[in-house]
Design a protein around this ligand. Sequence first.
Ligand SMILES: [Zn+2]
Ligand SMILES: [Zn+2]
Ligand SMILES: [Zn+2]
Ligand SMILES: [Zn+2]
Length: 346
Amino acid sequence: MGRLRAGESFPVLEEPQRRFVVPVRKKATTSGASAGVHKKSKGSNSSYAAMPPPPPSRVQRERAAAAVGDVTVEDIHTLECGMCCLPLKPPIFQCKWGHVVCSRCRDKLRTTGRCHTCGVAYVGNSQCDAMERLENSIRFPCPNAVHGCTTRTTYYDRHYHHQTCQHLPCHCPGEACGFVGSLDMLVDHFEAAHGWPCATMARAAATDDVDEEGETYTFDVSLQDGFNFLLAECPTDGILYLLLLNVVRQPHGCTISVLCIYPDNDESKEMEVQCELTYSQNVHVKSRRGDGKLIKHFQESTFTVDCTDLSDGKPRPDECFQFVVPKSFLPDGDTVKVEGQIIITY
Ligand SMILES: [Zn+2]
Ligand SMILES: [Zn+2]
Ligand SMILES: [Zn+2]
Ligand SMILES: [Zn+2]
């Protein structure tokens, strides 16, 4: 059962200025429908398609919306296709008794020529104008409304919107913190609640960019013990990635582990984030004869970074790669300077 609040104005699709953009690569919606505009598809031969009724005036629409109040959809299957049970998306077709199907199922019915429910001979191009208007006018609040999303979607766009919602939440990695919010909210929270700045900016490379001549994607950063955050922007698509570099002192040196904090959606399952880290340090050691010797140390690792919304907490140290800097090559002071590169693959 879905609940929706009517009586509010039609959906507010504009979203506030944001820094993070969740990539939108798979489009599966109809543009006219999401804008609340009803369009007849070509080839419609229903009798009223030839003479569409005049659209209601703005005053009429506002009055209708205001009169509805709090609405409950008692049977959500009402908004689904009678054959495939997926949310009905215009164009919607019907038999002469009003049994409705989506356009894909309408194509399947052409082989039998009969309605799936009542068996009446099927006239394949009869669109159900009332159902199309209903599907376009009922709006559901986004589940991420509590995280700042103001979008109200149609039933058939709900899943797609949720996968690409800019307000999908991630969890704060702070011990016992419990804060949950969109990436923008999280970055603000890091600074305000924990004093962890996200000052380091880097350019992330898409796999295709890595070999391009003249382009440099390396960053260098002085890491402190504990959490360090890096914002890596991929210049090809403008998407910003939030990376957590965790430095832990150990008896033998220090370990650096890397995570990408990213909402749990279809994209996060398909993409791979790689990190290349290098560390170099020259140290003077005394030989037994008492004279100094210079040792040049260089280490480099390329590894896959976990993408997680941290809903299950931080991975255990043995669950992710540990970049280990030996104690003898650590500088005095409390920062470790590394160079690196972030590479995104889809
Ligand atoms: Zn269907
Ligand atoms: Zn029928
Ligand atoms: Zn949303
Ligand atoms: Zn926190």
